[in-house]
Design a protein. Structure first.
Length: 619
């Protein structure tokens, strides 16, 4: 959970940007110290724990009584366990990028390009080259020893990207990525770039970790992470401009600009004209009519962007302004930095894929196709069956008045109308449903989407309600923000985004409150609806190993309308494993709500005793 708001983050970034202009030397020194602070804290905690443990062990040699005290209280074991858990938390393991590992023997032409760029830029060694199915390219560093470093460097190249770019344009893209890690970029800039990526990865790992060490470090990083990210933001953005300049130097400014424009325009074009059309086949046929990536290559050969469509897409992209949500500048600013106007982009006579990978590259994509078809055939068939059934049911509903329909029928009628007919037919149906249930968050979301698509600002009110759902807040945040930006209301867009972040912080805090419960937590008499209690009791009475049951409630600060219950039960008969029985009872507890289950015997007996004392018996 971030310790600063988006407004505070932007203020810190602007302050850092101003400092890079007025006193760049001081900025770089402060940034270096700030980057080192993370290492100082981590190693400081480790050294303190190691020193404390060593001191206790040394003192124990001079006092037999102290030895017995340490063993009795298990203090030394607690400290050693803390050291071990902290080291485990720091030893972050990252998933390798997915894709096909390319070898020098199979693809000598590509490796010639990589070797030449690495030599020209004095770049770090690339350990693995991976071909994937994305329209993108990236150099990814994974610290094999967590915060201790020893990076594994991956070059990930998307085959669809290579299909759309010429060899010169692709060389420019790779030069940009290599530029971030090159000697030409400046040792300090490269170090800060790597530290920034490393901290982001390690911070993410701490955010997900549940161990004691991760919890300890998370408290520090909740303060440190946003401030370091904001202060290093100015340098990170300037690195993007410098990487573009490096790409231009190794190719030409014209080529670098052409590659940028092609990527910005081609990605949404492929989404709009190929992938959407491809997935729409699932509405009509039970099996994919052709392999997706082989089809993409054929599509790009037969359907290059027309000059008019390319110009329209570029003109639209040139209106987008650089924002603090991303270190990457806008296309307009990147072209201006290169001293270039948007060039006319034509489909290359020979793509980088054909020039550098040849038939072997297409064979890899055939393997991707086989994997994709194997993984998605069930989902494709399910979609086909769903559409066939939905259209059949929709046809029956269209002959009936909404007032005659049950809530479930009305909801399906509205959703299927939006999906298969039109927003015009769906909107009044959603509004009728909202009249029946004003707090229906999914309904508010759909109404908000339709109104915003019509340019009606009233949709924001509905999205504001919908974003009180943790499942909808992400879409609501982006839709509302983009709508206000398109209207030229930047201050209102920023306020909308900040309000969404604040709501997200509430969800995160609520989730953390509900992650665990222990004997030290406050417990009270349960306030549970009679209907839910009846369902709970009926469920428990059907579980043969469950005897008497007590129920208590854990008070929560965030989202108290979603209570947390703790259920303690006495096992009936002979039980081989208390842990397995607890898991089984929880798994079979088929009732709505947030329930923790603990057995009266076993490791959870302290918590169970508190539930019995503070709660009440229900079975």
């Amino acid at each position: 959970m971030s310790s600063i708001s988006e407004e505070e983050f932007i203020q810190l970034v602007r302050k850092a940007e101003q400092e890079t202009i007025t006193n760049p030397r001081r900025y770089l020194i402060k940034l270096a110290l700030f980057a080192m602070l993370g290492y100082i804290v981590i190693f400081g905690v480790l050294l303190a724990l190691l020193g404390f443990a060593g001191g206790l062990v040394a003192a124990a040699f001079f006092s037999t009584a102290l030895i017995f005290f340490l063993l009795k209280k298990k203090l030394i074991f607690v400290i050693l366990l803390a050291i071990w858990v902290l080291l485990r938390a720091l030893w972050v393991r990252f998933e390798e990028p997915e894709g096909y590992t390319l070898t020098r023997k199979e693809f000598p032409r590509l490796f010639e390009e990589i070797d030449q760029l690495g030599k020209q830029l004095k770049a770090l060694k690339i350990h693995r080259v991976i071909l994937d199915n994305q329209l993108n390219a990236a150099v990814i560093q994974h610290p094999r020893l967590g915060v201790f470093g020893w990076h594994q460097n991956y070059l990930v190249v998307g085959y669809p990207l290579m299909l759309t770019l010429s060899p010169e344009e692709m060389r420019s893209v790779l030069a940009h990525e290599f530029g971030h890690l090159s000697g030409n970029h400046g040792r300090f800039h490269g170090w800060i770039y790597r530290v920034r990526l490393s901290w982001l990865q390690v911070m993410s790992a701490f955010e997900d970790g549940q161990s004691w060490g991760a919890s300890l470090m998370r408290k520090f990083f909740n303060w440190y992470s946003p401030k370091f990210e904001a202060y290093s933001f100015a340098l990170a953005r300037s690195n993007e401009y410098e990487a573009d300049a490096i790409a231009a130097e190794l190719t030409s400014s014209r080529t670098a600009a052409s590659a940028l424009v092609n990527v910005y325009a081609t990605a949404p074009y492929i989404d709009d004209h190929y992938w959407k059309s491809y997935f729409q086949h699932a509405d009509k046929v039970a099996e994919p009519p052709f392999a997706p990536f082989a089809g993409l290559a054929s599509f790009l050969d037969r359907n290059p962007l027309t000059r008019e469509e390319m110009k329209g897409r570029i003109d639209a992209e040139m209106q987008v302004e650089t924002h603090y949500a991303n270190t990457h500048p806008s296309l307009r600013d990147r072209l201006q930095n290169l001293g270039q106007q948007p060039p006319e982009v034509a489909t290359p006579e020979v793509s980088a894929a054909d020039a550098w990978l040849g038939d072997s590259g297409r064979q890899v994509m055939l393997d991707f196709d086989q994997q994709w078809l194997a993984m998605n055939s069930d989902a494709w068939r399910e979609r086909f069956e769903y559409v066939a059934n939905a259209r059949e049911q929709l046809q029956k509903l269209e002959g009936r008045a909404p007032a005659e329909l049950s809530d479930d029928e009305l909801w399906n009628y509205a959703c299927w109308s939006r999906e298969f007919v039109s927003d015009d037919q769906a909107l009044p149906l959603f509004q009728t449903f909202q009249g029946r249930d004003p707090e229906a968050l999914g309904c508010a979301f759909y109404i908000g989407c339709i109104l915003l698509q019509r340019g009606d600002e009233a949709g924001l009110e509905h999205l504001a309600l919908a974003r009180t759902s943790p499942n909808l807040i992400g879409d609501c945040a982006h839709l509302g923000y983009q709508f206000l930006q398109d209207k030229g209301k930047e201050a209102e867009a920023d306020a909308w985004w900040q309000a969404s972040l604040d709501q997200q912080d509430i969800f995160i805090a609520a989730q953390q409150e509900r992650q665990s419960v222990g004997p030290k937590d406050t417990l009270v008499q349960p306030e549970i609806p009679a209907e839910l209690l009846e369902q709970l009791v009926a469920n428990l009475r059907h579980q043969p190993k469950v005897g008497r049951v007590w129920l208590a409630q854990k008070p929560v600060r965030h989202l108290p309308e979603h209570p947390v219950y703790i259920l303690a039960f006495k096992a009936r008969g002979w039980v081989f494993s208390i842990d397995k029985l607890q898991a089984q009872v929880a798994e079979q507890l088929d009732v709505e709500g947030n329930f923790f289950v603990v057995c009266k015997s076993g490791d959870g007996k302290s918590l169970a005793k508190k539930v019995i004392k503070k709660g009440r018996r229900i079975v």
